[in-house]
Design a protein around this ligand. Structure first.
Ligand code: HEM
Length: 456
């Protein structure tokens, strides 16, 4: 089968480049081979960064292409076999149908109050002139938000332990862990002190805690609850079938992990760029100020410059470098290449967002580009698209805006140093290549605001 060109180095070398320096590797290949190239990653995978080709793939990923989970096995150790990410076909469609409602439109915006309250709790601990690690602070906020959205008001020893064990598990993003995920033969349990052994024991504990919670909820049904777990327990697909305990557990694991790590990184980048670019900061503060003393979350959500800042933060260093794999079902021509059934194709979100023809001076942080031009969903796609488009897209965008508005209205912050920070692999996603430290300068000069939530 003739595939688009790509590097000729041995597959193992390509795999190691992919694990240790995925973004520079993709950039080198795009420079040499253009919008479409093949990497030998056992199997061969075709990388695509051309918007027309992405449109072709993502609008047809149930027809000419499929979006199976066979290539998502790298997520299985963490999320299990019943996660929406690790199932395919009809089961996948059904799981999505059950999961989508709590994250959609009006419903998810009712989480505004929770997001506001959690942010307030965390930032009220900050002290003037005391540096803090932005990512850790954002991770605490997004973890508590997703825990409360998933479980409802969630306190007590089980909640605390779950939060702690999950945070430790997710912060283990060393290259060794990535190698273990990509090479199943290296997943060796040499007891609690070994890397994989530690992972397995922590996961076991998280499963126990989640199973206890599911059991308790099933034993004490309460129709007045509106948290995501209650909605999922009550949900029935079109044939009237409910989710099993294993499905519920793996889905909870998926929402808790996918739902906080990614948003925490996006918020970290947004705060970094806002404080690295004085003119951006000034414009943003002016816009927030114009919302008045007690803006509701609806006004915050609709603020154009805040929206542009969030989009640009997700554009310049997207947290997800790639879409999940799609597989060719019927012979198809993509960017002038004939691809045969079985070919695995990945949309490179990172490369698409770096295209100079779409984003002039692409290495610069310029929120204005999102005010001057409307980008298509295949030119700007931080949440992927098609059959596997991110379920938490609306939730994450809403959370980013409410958290940023709250922080910026409350405190004047500064970066501890102005050295450049670059993205690098962080487990299966990306993140800053060093800790970004900020310091609180003073309580903000803007009128102090209590953000009020509203159901839109
Ligand atoms: C800034 C934050 C986030 C980013 C950048 C992000 C990015 C992505 C991307 C790129 C995909 C793959 C889409 C594709 O293959 O076409 C994805 C899938 C997914 N995301 Fe997110 N995500 C974020 C937040 C969230 C949140 C808050 C949740 C849940 C609460 C979530 C849950 C999921 C799930 C369940 C999938 C798999 C969907 C499927 O397989 O059908 N994500 N996300």
């Amino acid at each position: 089968m003739k595939l688009p060109n790509g590097p000729q180095s041995p597959a193992l070398v390509q795999m190691l480049q992919w694990i240790f320096r995925p973004m520079p590797f993709m950039e080198d290949c795009a420079q040499r081979y253009g919008d479409i190239f093949t990497l030998q990653l056992n199997p061969s995978i075709v990388f695509v960064s051309n918007p027309q080709a992405l449109q072709q793939i993502l609008t047809s990923d149930t027809k000419e292409f499929a979006a199976p989970s066979d290539w998502n096995t790298v997520f299985e150790p963490m999320l299990g076999k019943n996660s929406v990410i690790t199932v395919s076909g009809e089961v996948h469609r059904r799981q999505r149908q059950l999961l989508m409602p709590p994250f959609h439109g009006d419903r998810m915006r009712t989480y505004g109050e929770v997001i506001n309250k959690v942010t307030e709790e965390v930032i009220s601990q900050w002290q003037i002139d005391k540096p803090f690690c932005v990512r850790s602070a954002m991770q605490i906020i997004t973890m508590r938000v997703i825990m409360q959205a998933v479980f409802g008001l969630y306190e007590g020893p089980r909640a605390q332990e779950l939060e702690e064990v999950l945070a430790v598990m997710l912060n283990e993003t060393s290259p060794l862990r990535v190698v273990e995920l990509y090479f199943p033969a290296l997943r060796l349990d040499f007891g609690p002190k070994s890397s994989w052994g530690r992972f397995l024991r922590r996961k076991e504990r998280v499963h126990q805690l989640l199973n206890e919670e599911i059991q308790e909820r099933r034993d004490n049904p309460d129709p007045s609850r509106t948290d995501i777990l209650s909605l999922l327990i009550a949900a029935r697909d079109e044939t009237g079938v409910a989710m099993t305990d294993e499905e519920l557990r793996d889905e909870l694991m998926t929402l808790l992990t996918a739902g906080h790590e990614t948003t925490a990184t996006a918020l970290t980048w947004a705060l970094y760029w806002i404080h690295k670019s004085p003119s951006v900061q000034e414009k943003l503060l002016k816009e927030l100020d114009s919302l008045g003393d007690n803006p509701d979350t609806s006004s915050i959500f609709k603020s154009p410059y805040l929206n542009a800042v969030c989009c640009e933060a997700l554009r310049i260093y997207p947290v997800g470098m790639l879409t999940f794999p799609r597989v060719v079902k019927t012979p198809v021509a993509l960017c002038g290449h004939d691809l045969e059934p079985g070919t695995v194709v990945l949309g490179s979100i990172y490369l698409t967002h770096q295209r100079e023809d779409l984003y002039p001076q692409h290495q610069e942080f310029k929120p204005e580009r999102f005010l001057e031009r409307q980008f298509s969903p295949y030119e700007f796609l931080p949440f992927g698209g098609g059959a596997r488009r991110c379920i938490g897209m609306a939730f994450a965008q809403f959370e980013m805006k409410v958290v940023l508005a709250k922080i910026l209205s409350s405190w004047e912050l500064a970066l501890v140093d102005h050295r450049d920070v670059r993205p690098q692999r962080r487990g299966l996603v990306t993140g800053p290549n060093r800790s970004i430290q900020m310091v609180v300068k003073k309580q903000h000069q803007l009128p102090s605001r209590t953000l009020e939530s509203s159901t839109l």
